[in-house]
Ligand binder design. Structure first.
Ligand code: PEP
Length: 249
């Protein structure tokens, strides 16, 4: 049985003051979230601060990226060992904003993935099609290509050590959510693609949905058989909304 994971991607939002308030709010309502694991992915500069806010609460910590190298002359990057030291359990990898705004290729995403797995940080591997790709009918080819970049270099067993986030790019931050049927169809496709290589990996890997998930639409999305949680952007910045998504699981 796959456990539900609700992970908040705070993107480049917050301040020392606001993250304290957000974490206090999340911790205050956490006991009411009984069917999901919760995680937060703050901006890198706040990781250690958020870790101290988490204390011994059952909230996973994640980064929004991870370097494909161990250490050295890689200005602006985050070494896997540093993320481990800061207490990160997860690292978001290949978010569409990294791919489209900062030119991250499938190959680079696969290298970041490899480094995360090798360091004991669980990758949250983001994949998904643009609106143009969906309208051209190539959604499955796009998510296949993005997955194959990892599978071809790391092998199918590496997928068993990650979380996949299917995030249709047209639904991220736009308020346009994929319908539960649209999301389920792609999740089922992803799982069947993995099952062709390993039934065990396909059965156990958590596949999250991301793209304008909120307190109002979470229950229906999360009730789909192949949707194992959510990667939440905007709605993770308000404790009440984030907790409501957790409670909807
Ligand atoms: C995201 O950034 O991963 C995301 C899903 O954002 P939003 O929930 O705001 O669409």
């Amino acid at each position: 049985m796959r456990r539900t994971l609700i992970a908040g991607n705070w993107k480049m939002n917050g301040s020392l003051e606001s993250i304290g308030e957000l974490m206090d709010g999340i911790k205050a309502g956490l006991a009411e979230v009984t069917n999901a694991d919760m995680a937060v992915c703050p901006p890198a500069i706040y990781l250690m601060k958020v870790k101290s806010h988490i204390g011994d609460a059952a909230i996973g910590l994640g980064s929004q990226n991870i370097c494909d190298q161990e250490s050295g002359a890689f200005t602006g990057e985050l070494a896997p060992a540093m993320l481990k030291e800061a207490g990160c359990k997860y690292a978001i990898i290949g978010h569409s904003e990294r791919r489209s705004l900062y030119g991250e290729s499938d190959d680079l995403v696969a290298r970041r993935f490899a480094m995360a797995v090798a360091s004991g940080v669980t990758p949250i591997l983001c994949i998904g099609e643009t609106l143009e790709e969906r309208e051209s009918g190539v959604t499955e080819q796009v998510v296949s290509r993005q997955l194959d970049a990892v599978i071809d270099t790391q092998g199918i067993d590496a997928i068993g050590q990650c979380v996949i986030a299917y995030e249709p790019v047209w639904a991220i931050g736009t308020g346009k959510t994929a319908s539960p049927e649209q999301a389920q169809a792609v999740h089922a496709f992803i799982r069947s693609k993995l099952a062709a290589l390993s039934v065990d990996v396909a059965d156990k890997v958590q596949i999250l949905y991301g793209g304008s998930m909120n307190a109002a639409n979470a229950a229906e999305l999360l009730s789909q058989p192949d949707i194992d949680g959510g990667l939440i952007g905007g709605a993770s910045l308000k404790a009440a909304d984030f907790l409501a998504i957790g409670k909807a699981a």
